[in-house]
Design a protein. Structure first.
Length: 97
């Protein structure tokens, strides 16, 4: 890509379905997938990762078409906290600076 987007990655639409079991590992697994992606793009020479953390409206389906009716939609604060945990883990492990 030409400047200003050269060597940059944008994470915008992540989606999940609450079927992963056991439930207690769901956040850990989803966060590890994002961290693994960040490691992968870093190894390929990307320097910057931009994360768009805007919660979906109830009923929106970005990637996965059908969500169970009982699945909760995260609010803005919960989503920022979720991504903040990913950033902390990446800083701690040296994935990002």
């Amino acid at each position: 890509c030409p400047k200003p987007n050269s060597r940059k990655v944008y994470i915008s639409y992540l989606d999940s379905v609450a079927y992963l079991q056991p439930r207690s590992l769901r956040t850990l697994v989803y966060q590890k997938v994002v961290i693994g992606y960040m490691e992968w793009v870093k190894a390929r020479g990307f320097r910057d990762v931009y994360i768009w953390a805007c919660p979906p409206q109830r009923g929106d389906a970005y990637i996965i078409y059908c969500h169970p009716k009982w699945q909760r939609t995260p609010g803005a604060e919960r989503l920022r906290k979720w991504y903040g945990e990913i950033i902390e883990q990446c800083l701690h492990s040296g994935v990002i600076q």
